[in-house]
Design a protein around this ligand. Sequence first.
Ligand code: PAF
Length: 291
Amino acid sequence: MHWLVAGTGAVGSLMAVNLRRVGEHVSIKPRVPGKARAIEIIHAAHSLEFGVQQFPIEQPTQIFAAIKAYDVANFLEELKQAPLPAGSSIVLSYNGMLENEINIMPERALHWVTTHGAYKNGNEVVHAGLGESWLGWARVEHASSSRPAELFSVLNNALPLLNWSPAINQRRWQKLAINCLINPFTVIHDCRNGELLQHNITELQHQVAEEICWLAEHQGIQLNSESLVESARSVIKNTANNYSSMLMDVRQQRRTEIDYLNGFVARQSAAAGTAAPTNETLWRRVLELSA
Ligand code: PAF
């Protein structure tokens, strides 16, 4: 299979090196078109070079887009202008949710939701915490269609364990909650995920989780706040060494995804007529700290 990995952040880089490891042909689509003909990624003390490719694409290619939530709409718009050849699929991985996403998802789009923890240090990608992932069709009307067997098996070999999910939205809400329960706190305390255990945040996490459960239920998804806080705790332990993507964004003076995490919860709750004050406070605080 030919793969085009869009996004050379931690997750995109981790997937690129692991797809290469299992023998796939991988090129990279940089966010900003430039003159570079190859991109170097260092992984486990090996330096790997990837050819660079932009849209349009002539042969069937699987796209793995590990991009920022705020880049999703533009990325999908770019794809619309240069439609992919038959046989191509688009696997999307991003933190958080967009208000209008059901209107912009292409036919062959899938969501890949992961609990693997990774961070980048210059060109080097560090797989800091083993997790698992879920894959499912992005468009609700395709949710129960069968899984694309070959694509699934390659992704599973590259970065196990992968689960097929006909209810990927449920997973996405869980992941949204985990990120809302971890990422802003790592920014506020300027610490690795594991160091959060030394801070007194459990009460706040319960409030964040309860607000998310209310909104999820309002949108037809059942979640349980106790188990969300519990899951966040195990992700914190499994990715103890990891710097969250949000803290990395702040440290590198990039825009964070807070608008699509706690900000999304606060705005959507307000639109539904209920305040989500703890999510709102975390949203504002991270905006201040990253200004
Ligand atoms: O955004 C992140 O950094 C990751 O999703 C997670 C799971 C919080 C681990 O750091």
